[in-house]
Design a protein around this ligand. Structure first.
Ligand SMILES: Cc1ncc(COP(=O)(O)O)c(C=O)c1O
Length: 476
């Protein structure tokens, strides 16, 4: 028997492989293979089979063998032969091997009001401009772009990023110092999972538990650094034993919201210089500052002591999974080694599209438009609180896509529970606190204002104001 598979794609208009391997005569092997293809749904009901002469020629079988196989399958009810329209798969052919199981939804039912921090406004994704950039980028791309990718990332993108980050974020770099990755989480995995850096690592006392989990997975011990309204207490870095790297969110402390004070920026870099250490700068939403110019990157103070990490997750969409590391020169090779020989994460097509999106000015335009949009959202939140809950102070509101509502001590848990009961998705500050943090805990709600739709935002704010704890009575 022919020991191979046969591709009937051309004849059937869709891809079909027939396994003709195995013992038995030619006729019975062909019957078995066709029956299997019908049974498991690869040959759908109504599909027209090629005339037996052509199939015989394709398979190198005698015409009789194929004709007999067709007849037998017709007799068994798998196929039907119709005058003038050849042989087809019968309309209904017994149970398929893989019964249809409706896909389970990936998430529980969505909340009525989504005020959870973390995402930009999905409805504002610039679909038309992104598509147009993709078309231009693909037209201009050389053929080699469609081969295996360079782990550094496309040079077009690294050049565009170097220019943009220098101009807009005060980063000092050249394209050679940039390595493209698939977002901040991937950068952390490369640096620590890839053993470019080792722990222990100083982190802010409040931050994303998800990022701490990535570090834990890489066996990196994290040491919490206290925070106040001026950001992380970087002067305390010197007292942390064995720590030679610190992960900070200097433009907009996540989630409490303030920028790192200029003196603390300097003291962090000084500490890194004297300790032969590093600052990891998470610049996750640095472009979104409303009441004055964005705060520049700490990296600009010393490019050899700061690993700058950026991402599209807040500025465009977390679905793109694109980010970048701007590295001190001595780390470039080891990060590339951790990444592997070929680009295995970031789509080259998306990289080229982003390069074109930046070069054509659309990225800047999008940022300016979204800054205005989020500023309006923030102003509405502040106004709603002033009108309905003037005793609740919104903080961290000068930048970003979320605010922290400071609550009277001891009321956070009940506010989070009340929110859940009203189907409002949000988190309390406790969800972000490092388990080993020693600084005093503050009660508060972290409220994201980017996610609700335009028509849903007003009702979301009303619902939020209803679950906030009442003003303490004068006797309290
Ligand atoms: C604190 C913080 N850092 C970084 C990021 C970006 O993460 P990623 O690029 O992995 O989506 C986010 C979320 O967007 C964030 O909240």
């Amino acid at each position: 028997m022919v020991d191979s598979w046969v591709n009937l794609a051309e004849r059937l208009g869709s891809d079909l492989h027939l396994e003709l391997a195995g013992s038995g005569g030619r006729r019975s092997t062909l019957i078995r293979a066709l029956r299997e293809a019908v049974r498991d749904g690869r040959l759908a009901p109504g599909t027209r089979l090629p005339p037996y002469r052509s199939l015989a020629a394709d398979l190198g079988l005698a015409r009789n063998t194929v004709a007999e196989a067709y007849s037998e399958l017709v007799a068994e009810g798998w196929l039907v032969a119709r005058q003038g329209s050849g042989t087809q798969v019968a309309p209904r052919t017994g149970p398929t091997r893989f019964p249809h199981v409706p896909e389970k939804p990936a998430h529980a039912a969505p909340p009525t009001h989504n005020l959870r921090q973390g995402q930009p406004d999905a409805a504002s994704f610039p679909r038309a401009a992104w598509l147009a950039a993709a078309r231009r980028a693909l037209n201009a791309a050389p053929n080699e772009a469609f081969g295996p990718g360079d782990p550094r990332g496309r040079h077009e993108l690294r050049r565009a990023l170097a220019e943009y980050l220098t101009r807009a974020r005060g980063v000092r770099t050249t394209p050679e110092r940039i390595v493209v990755c698939s977002g901040f989480a991937h950068a952390l995995r490369l640096l620590f999972g890839g053993r470019v850096l080792r722990g222990p690592l100083a982190v802010e006392s409040y931050g994303l538990a998800f990022h701490r989990a990535i570090l834990e997975e890489a066996s990196v011990r994290t040491v919490p650094l206290p925070l106040d309204e001026r950001g992380a207490l970087t002067d305390e870095l010197a007292s942390l034993k064995g720590v030679r790297a610190a992960l900070l969110t200097p433009a907009h402390q996540f989630p409490t919201g303030g920028p790192l004070h200029p003196q603390r920026r300097v003291s962090a870099v000084d500490w890194a210089r004297t300790r032969d250490g590093l600052i990891l700068e998470d610049d996750y939403d640095g472009e979104f500052r409303y009441d004055r110019e964005p705060v520049g990157a700490v990296q600009g103070l010393d490019p050899e002591r700061v690993v700058y990490i950026g991402s599209l997750s807040k500025s465009l969409s977390p679905a793109l999974r694109l980010g970048w590391l701007v590295l001190p020169e001595h780390l470039v090779t080891s990060v590339l080694t951790a990444k592997g020989q070929r680009e295995a994460w970031a789509s080259v097509v998306d990289q080229l599209t982003l390069a074109e999106f930046i070069d054509s000015g659309h990225y800047d335009r999008h940022i300016r438009r979204m800054r205005q949009h989020y500023r309006t959202r923030r102003d509405r939140l502040v106004a709603a609180l002033a009108a309905n809950a003037p005793h609740i102070a919104p903080t961290g509101i000068a930048a970003g896509l979320h605010a922290v509502l400071r609550l009277p001590s001891g009321t956070e848990d009940s506010a989070v529970t009340a929110a859940a009961r009203q189907s409002i998705a949000l988190d309390g500050l406790a969800a972000f606190r490092h388990p080993a943090a020693t600084m005093p805990a503050h009660d508060g709600l972290v409220v994201g204002y980017a996610t609700p739709s335009d028509h849903g935002y007003g009702p979301a704010l009303e619902a939020l104001c209803r679950i906030l704890p009442p003003a303490p009575s004068p006797a309290d």
